[in-house]
Write a protein that binds this ligand. Structure first.
Ligand code: ADP
Ligand code: ADP
Length: 230
């Protein structure tokens, strides 16, 4: 499971010049189950808007979004089997690492024993064993981002959405996190839609790269194809 299909997606923000191009201007994509697909392009080209429509944080002006044939636009964000990892971690500062990771499961009223087990597994898989009692401000940036990843994974989503998750990290952590994201995604086989403006990052993570420009898809290629083209 996890085949994500976007068809002719358009987003025109309200209060913007109706004569100007929409922020997202007719994007169609077929993300295979288990695929790691990256949206790459300059700032303002519509990557984040596309991702936020998939997540349900923005409503498309027109177009469709389906997951394994089911219409996602009928579902509010919390009912879509997806989890998003943000640039700014978006951890709750007043909650411990354990409680941050458990948050999504609490909403689903998962029983205590199962919840503890699921959280421990998520923490272990992200190399955070023993850090459950700490608070976000007691962690490094790389550790905080791993908590954010653990929180996304623990709900066992069909699709992971990443909005420039590495751009706030030091170069040293960035390389390490890149490897961890890739390993994790391979191991779990979760369909991943990843947004970045960093070509090297896109090349090292992706099965396919979607190059966007001015709200449109300009090119879809594997990293190898991006390399060999003039
Ligand atoms: P990217 O993620 O590629 O940097 P965005 O999707 O953030 O691009 O933005 C695409 C375009 O939409 C930009 O011109 C941006 O200024 C505009 N935009 C983004 N969010 C809003 C908003 N909430 N209201 C109006 N315009 C927006
Ligand atoms: P990024 O490039 O990382 O997407 P931005 O600085 O473009 O970040 O956007 C940060 C926030 O501001 C987002 O929530 C986006 O929707 C909003 N935003 C971006 N451009 C505009 C705009 N022109 N008008 C209103 N809100 C905007």
């Amino acid at each position: 499971v996890g085949n994500l299909v976007l068809t002719d997606l358009v987003k025109r923000y309200e209060n913007t010049d109706p004569a100007a191009r929409p922020a997202v201007d007719g994007v169609s994509l077929d993300v295979e189950a288990g695929e790691f697909l990256t949206l790459l392009g300059p700032s303002g080209c519509g990557k984040t808007t596309t991702l936020r429509m998939v997540a349900g944080f923005e409503t498309p002006t027109s177009g469709t979004i389906s997951l394994d044939g089911a219409d996602m636009l009928r579902l509010p964000p919390n009912k879509r089997p997806m989890a998003m990892v943000f640039q700014s971690y978006a951890l709750f500062p007043h909650l411990s690492v354990f409680e941050n990771v458990a948050y999504g499961l609490r909403i689903d009223r998962v029983r205590r024993a199962r919840l503890e087990e699921a959280v421990e597994i998520a923490l272990t898989s992200m190399n955070l064993t023993g850090l459950g009692e700490r608070f976000p401000h007691q962690l490094s940036g790389g550790q905080q981002q791993r908590v954010a990843l653990a929180r996304a994974m623990v709900v066992q989503p069909s699709v992971l959405l990443f909005d420039e998750p590495l751009s706030n990290l030091d170069a040293k952590f960035r390389e390490q996190m890149r490897r961890e994201i890739r390993l994790l995604q391979r191991r779990m086989g979760i369909t991943s839609l990843y947004v970045t403006h960093d070509q090297a990052e896109a090349m090292s993570l992706s099965d396919r790269i979607v190059v966007m420009n001015a709200g449109r898809v300009e090119q879809v290629a594997t990293p190898a194809e991006v390399y060999t083209r003039p």
